[in-house]
Design a protein around this ligand. Structure first.
Ligand SMILES: [Zn+2]
Length: 317
């Protein structure tokens, strides 16, 4: 941990309730939230596996000499639990609590159902100690952090709310500008209604501060909910817009991991990712998978998310 990172961390800590640390990460790794008191340290989400060392350095800086006692995952996407295995190796007594829906597939490690295969992503296998159901809570610093089911982005996702301070850990259900890809829709399962009901749940909780799964913390929650609702309406009216958004998110995510890769190899990766095949089968009318994939790359280049030369595609930002 360098001095600058420590300074940034201290600045963020000043704006949060005592014992709460928010680690704002990039888009490849989800943000992490650390809840501490004298007897325990609870981390919410662990980022992507390629950033596990960085995540552990950030967390141990904030922990000082305290051990991490509990790890909670808001959902089991690879960018939220990719560092679980690393933390379990570092802290052998760590309790790992996950939403119940996918629990049995963690026990048998089904990379298909856990979405790592169809997204073309990776997550090192980890184990779980127990599950967190809607209404369950953890108490840290004598404050209750309650679990609320938040389906939509993922059917089993949860958000975590501290009623005393009005702080919501929203995962990918609500960001300052939007929300995460609605993954069940890629598989042809309707889930836009679930996104709406989760936004309603968040509105009823009436948080003063939201710590999202990606991007910065925010306080103007009603404006964010308005923006999320209008985006949802756009997707409902034009599912192809959601499909295009989903496909570009999957490509950009992998580019963040690869940083630079031969276009042919990137295409080979795309060809192996079932979600991309499903999207192209449904929305790339009259186009081959290759042509559709290349168009997506060009569109990412147009929005300055990557550069393409004769041989390579290179991540930008
Ligand atoms: Zn997610």
């Amino acid at each position: 941990m360098n001095a600058y990172a420590g300074e940034v961390l201290n600045h963020i800590m000043h704006t949060l309730p005592a014992g709460v640390t928010f680690f704002e990460r990039g888009w490849l790794s989800s943000n992490n939230v650390l809840l501490q008191d004298a007897s325990q340290a609870v981390l919410v989400d662990s980022g992507y596996w390629t950033h596990a060392d960085q995540m552990h350095a950030l967390v141990s800086f904030a922990l000082k000499h305290q051990p991490l006692t509990t790890l909670i995952n808001t959902h089991l996407h690879s960018d939220h639990c990719g560092g679980n295995a690393h933390l379990q190796a570092m802290y052998p007594a760590l309790k790992t609590l996950i939403p119940p829906g996918h629990a049995e597939f963690v026990d048998t490690w089904d990379a298909q159902i856990l979405t790592y295969e169809p997204t073309g992503q990776h997550c090192p296998p980890f184990t779980r100690t127990g599950s967190l159901h809607d209404g369950d809570f953890v108490t840290v610093n004598e404050k209750i952090w309650r679990i609320h089911a938040a389906p939509g982005h993922d059917p089993n996702s949860v958000v975590i709310f501290n009623e005393v301070d009005g702080v919501l850990i929203s995962a990918d259900a609500l960001w300052e500008n939007g929300f995460g890809v609605v993954f069940p829709e890629i598989e042809g399962l309707s889930a836009f209604d679930e996104v709406e009901s989760t936004l309603n749940t968040i509105e009823e909780l009436d948080p003063k501060l939201v710590l999202p799964g990606h991007g910065c913390a925010f306080t103007d929650v009603s404006s964010s909910i308005d923006r999320a609702r209008s985006r949802l309406e756009q997707f409902r009216r034009s599912p192809e817009k959601h499909a295009n958004y989903a496909a570009k998110v999957l490509l950009k995510f992998k580019l963040l991991e690869f940083q630079k890769i031969k276009i042919n190899e990137f295409l080979l990766w795309g060809d192996s990712a079932k979600y991309l095949k499903l999207l192209s089968d449904k929305y790339a009318t009259g186009q081959s998978f290759e042509a559709w994939f290349y168009d997506l790359c060009k569109s990412l280049e147009k929005s300055n998310a990557c550069a393409i030369d004769d041989e390579y595609i290179i991540n930008i930002n």
